[in-house]
Design a protein around this ligand. Structure first.
Ligand code: SF4
Length: 74
């Protein structure tokens, strides 16, 4: 499986305020219930704990994560 994005080291993650646990973010842009697994850019399966995101090529994000590029899945 792909390596998980490290929120402390990945420059894109830092720029986008990525967190592995959406519930822990204090970013005012975060809306309740928004997580990677219901983001349009998330490519994991519903049952997966992590999956690819087009913002982070070659890496995986946590299904329970979040970042500022979140787009609600239609
Ligand atoms: Fe998660 Fe979406 Fe941000 Fe990717 S773009 S890290 S799936 S919230």
């Amino acid at each position: 499986s792909l390596p998980l994005v490290d929120p402390a080291k990945d420059p894109t993650a830092k720029a986008l305020g990525y967190v592995a646990n959406a519930a822990a973010t204090k970013d005012p842009a975060h809306k309740a219930g928004a997580v990677c697994s219901n983001c349009a850019l998330y490519q994991g399966k519903a049952s997966d704990k992590q999956g690819p995101c087009s913002i982070f090529p070659g890496k995986a994000v946590a299904a329970a994560g979040w970042c500022k590029s979140y787009i609600k899945k239609a």
